[in-house]
Each structure stands twice: as structure tokens, then as C-alpha cells.
Design a protein around this ligand. Structure first.
Ligand SMILES: Cc1cc2nc3c(=O)[nH]c(=O)nc-3n(C[C@H](O)[C@H](O)[C@H](O)COP(=O)(O)OP(=O)(O)OC[C@H]3O[C@@H](n4cnc5c(N)ncnc54)[C@H](O)[C@@H]3O)c2cc1C
Length: 425
């Protein structure tokens, strides 16, 4: 039986495993987490709008009737291509074909301080960590001196892409509807939500109309939008900006860059900007006959996309479908097909009734865009139970402007680190 190993069960890896389910291939799906994570809704977990379990789906459940797809919960550490094997933290596995679908992680561009002190949001656990930090922050603010309160009440979100915009909007809505009820002793007119973006625009990859509308929505919600501004450094209590000024803040969320999750052993010469791997139109990694890359980690150059495709779910899903079809075509001696991306548009939501959408022929904003955004995310979300739970949470949230998910389960790592620093200083 030909053995295909897929590393990563995100949008790309999971879709590929689904396409190859119940074929004559032996498929091994390996992921360092035991569930699929629906990244587009991380920000709602971070802002206590959704339960983490509503946007997560266990791999073993998805394939529990499969004859040929097997799961390993492991971190892949190295590819040994000369021996067609991979090394993981639970042992070694041999393959005939290897597919890297490892996605991307936060890029701090080498700034160790930012990496230590700011909050990324590239996994469900990081979203939960952020939620706990935010709640913990206000608990501390209740007993903090006036001098320390300012930093505890200032939220800085770095990056004006979809994640930064969605998160800033969600925090602004919580400041309006949720936090003042939870913490009546605190004065939320003093809470600042500041978005810092180095380019001149928010949602710079979208149309001019959507970009300017997103800024307008954010400002209507009371978010302070600082474009053409760079964050230079952060020490856990003060954000240093490019012009030398600073913002006191205990909460910095870093959404300003991603880089591919590379695995040791792949030739470094085919790694391009953003840690992406050069692949051909069949997703084969340059220089390897039986190793492929799909999704965020892959850099496929086409006439339409000379710098590679955008790192979005649709590309990951599309590349997985085409690669899966090609594996099937190999079995039936049919010719291989090339991947072509058909951009169906992009959307982002800023707040209730406030969203922007660019479709191939039309661009629209406001209630309709917001409604379509929600409907689309419900459709894309895995599992009927998850869809129902998210729908119920959204309906309750819509009418109450509230949720009951503001829970702190455990003290988290960064908070502990900060407390140690405070005690030591
Ligand atoms: C906050 C956020 C919001 C987003 N919103 C949108 C949106 O609205 N629309 C949209 O189209 N796109 C959105 N994206 C982008 C989209 O989620 C990605 O393009 C998509 O997830 C890429 O799929 P992938 O399969 O390549 O990687 P991922 O989905 O990131 O999956 C990679 C998988 O590989 C696993 N992995 C990594 N390294 C290893 C290893 N060494 N060993 C084992 N397993 C490993 C990871 O655990 C993960 O499960 C968003 C991303 C984020 C972070």
C-alpha cells in the first residue's frame, strides 16, 4: 500500500486527508494538536464570544470510520528525504509521499521582547491565553494604583489586517457593552483601544472602499487608529513607537506578521520570503520528487500570482483538493492537473452590523456584509454541533450584547512572568 504522510491538519492537511479517505492509499495525518482549529474565529474566543470547543474538531472523530486514514498526535521535527522518513517526538515514520501542510506561525521579525511580552493569536490556546490575560488585567486594575491603571486599561493591537481589525472592533464592543457591567468600579471612558499599523491603511489588501470603511467603523467604535506608525519595542509595560513616543500598556496583541512553519531537513535554498517553500503547479517542492507543500507554507508562483498566493483558507483548501485529485489520478493513470486560484473575494467584520466585503464583481459594506460574513463562517465551520453552538452563541450575543464565557481557568504563563518581574523589581 502506498503510504502518504500529511503533516498538519489545518485547512489544507485536513481537506487532503478527507479527499484521500477511503482510497487505496495508506494515509497518516500527523499534527502537534489533536484537533482542527478554525482560525478565522480565534478572535471571538479571545474576546469571550465563543467557546474554544465550538471552533475545534478532534481529528480522531472525523476519521473514526475511515479504513485508511490514521492519526498521530505528534510534533514533526525533521524530514530525512534521503531515507523517505520523518522524525517526530514519538518516533520515526516512513513515507512514499510526504505532504507538508504545516501552516504559519506569528512572525515577530526577530524582536525577542515583542515575542516575550506581546500576545500572538495563531492557535486556540493562544486565543484562550489572550482571553485570560484580558480578564486578569481588569481584576488587577481594580486594586492597582492610579499610576498603574493606565497601562492596565490600554490595549494596543499591532497590525491593521483582518485579525487586527476584527479584534480591535470586538474589544471596542466589549468596552461599550460588557466590561462596564462586569467591573463597575472601573472607569471605562479611560480604556483606550489603539490599533497600530505601519502602512497607510487598515485592511490594505482590500479595495479602497472597504479599507476606508473599516477605518471609519473602527473610529465610530472609539478605536484609536494609528496608521503609518511602527511598533519598535515592548517591555511588557510600555510600547515604543517608531517616532520615539511610547504608550503605557499591559496588553499588546501582535497580529502584524506570519512566517511558515518550516521543518528541519528541507533544503534551505528553496525557502523564500516569509519562510514559504517553493512549489510547482502540482504542489511538489522544488528539487524533491515525492515531497509536497500546500496551504500557507507553500509558495506557488503563477502568472496571476508572481509572489505566491495569499495565505488564506480558500487557497489551502483548493491546493489540497487538487493534490488529492492528483494522487487519485496517479492510481487511475490519468494526467495530473495544475492548481489555479480563483479568488472568490475577501471579507472582514469590525462589529455588529459593521463588515466589509469585496467580491469579484461587487464591493459592499454594512449590515449585509456582516450578515454574509456570519453565514459564510457558519458554513465553513466543521461539524453540525459546532455550527449549532456557534449559531446559538451568536443569536444570544446579538440580542444581549453579552456572553457568559468570561472565565479564567488557570493563571497563564505570561501573567506569571510579569508577576515575577513585578515582585523582583
Ligand atoms: C486569527 C486568524 C484569522 C484568520 N482569518 C481568516 C479568514 O477570515 N479567512 C481566510 O481565508 N483565512 C483566514 N486566516 C488564514 C487561514 O486560517 C490560513 O490561511 C489557513 O489556516 C492555512 O491553512 P493551512 O492548512 O496551510 O495551515 P493551518 O490551518 O495553520 O494548519 C497547520 C497545522 O499544522 C500543524 N503543525 C505545524 N507544524 C507542525 C509540526 N512540526 N508537526 C506537526 N504538526 C504541525 C499545526 O498544529 C496546524 O494544525 C486567518 C488566520 C488567523 C491566524
Amino acid at each position: 500500500m502506498t503510504r502518504i504522510i500529511i503533516i498538519g491538519g489545518g485547512f489544507a492537511g485536513l481537506k487532503l486527508a478527507e479527499v484521500l479517505n477511503n482510497t487505496s492509499y495508506h494515509v497518516l495525518l500527523i499534527d502537534k494538536v489533536n484537533h482542527h482549529q478554525f482560525q478565522p474565529l480565534f478572535y471571538q474566543v479571545a474576546t469571550a464570544g465563543l467557546e474554544p470547543s465550538s471552533i475545534s474538531f478532534p481529528f480522531r472523530w472525523i476519521f473514526h470510520h475511515s479504513k485508511n486514514v490514521r492519526i498521530r498526535y505528534a510534533e514533526v521535527q525533521q524530514v530525512v528525504s534521503a531515507e523517505n522518513k520523518i522524525k517526530t517526538d514519538i518516533g520515526e515514520f516512513n513515507y512514499d509521499h510526504l505532504v507538508l501542510a504545516t501552516g504559519a506561525t506569528t512572525n515577530f521579525f526577530g524582536n525577542k521582547n515583542l515575542e516575550t511580552w506581546s500576545y500572538p493569536m495563531k492557535s486556540t490556546s493562544e486565543a484562550i491565553n489572550l482571553r485570560q490575560h484580558v480578564l486578569q488585567n481588569f481584576e488587577e486594575a481594580l486594586v492597582a494604583s492610579e499610576a498603574k491603571k493606565e497601562a492596565l486599561m490600554n490595549f494596543v493591537i499591532v497590525g491593521g489586517g483582518p485579525t487586527g481589525v476584527e479584534l480591535s472592533g470586538a474589544f471596542a464592543e466589549m468596552r461599550r457593552h460588557v466590561f462596564p457591567n462586569d467591573y463597575p468600579e472601573l472607569d471605562f471612558s479611560k480604556m483606550k483601544i489603539i490599533m497600530v499599523e505601519s502602512s497607510p491603511k487598515t485592511l490594505g489588501n482590500m479595495s479602497e472602499k472597504s479599507s476606508s470603511k473599516s477605518r471609519q467603523y473602527l473610529e465610530e467604535l472609539g478605536v484609536q487608529v494609528m496608521t503609518n506608525t511602527q511598533v519598535k519595542d515592548y517591555d511588557g509595560s510600555k510600547v515604543l513607537l517608531g517616532d520615539g513616543s511610547s504608550i503605557p500598556s499591559n496588553t499588546v496583541v501582535w497580529t502584524a506578521g506570519i512566517k511558515g512553519n518550516l521543518i528541519e531537513g528541507i533544503n534551505k535554498e528553496i525557502v523564500v520570503r516569509g519562510n514559504r517553500l517553493k512549489v510547482d503547479r502540482f504542489s511538489r517542492i522544488e528539487g524533491y520528487a515525492n515531497i509536497y507543500a500546500i496551504g500557507d507554507i507553500a509558495n506557488m508562483v503563477t502568472d496571476k500570482y508572481p509572489n505566491g498566493h495569499p495565505q488564506v483558507a480558500n487557497v489551502a483548501l483548493g491546493q489540497a483538493k487538487v493534490l488529492g485529485k492528483n494522487f487519485k489520478n496517479i492510481l487511475s493513470n490519468k494526467p495530473l492537473i495544475q492548481y489555479e486560484y480563483h479568488d472568490k473575494g475577501s471579507m472582514a467584520t469590525v462589529g455588529k452590523h459593521k463588515a466589509v466585503a469585496d467580491l469579484p464583481l461587487v464591493s459592499f459594506q454594512g449590515f449585509f456584509a456582516w450578515f454574509i460574513w456570519m453565514a459564510l463562517h457558519l458554513v465553513l465551520l466543521m461539524g453540525m454541533k459546532n455550527k449549532i453552538f456557534v449559531f446559538i452563541d451568536w443569536v444570544i450575543g446579538y440580542f444581549s450584547n453579552d456572553s457568559t464565557l468570561r472565565l479564567i481557568f488557570t493563571p497563564h504563563a505570561k501573567q506569571n512572568q510579569k508577576m515575577v518581574n513585578v515582585h523582583n523589581s
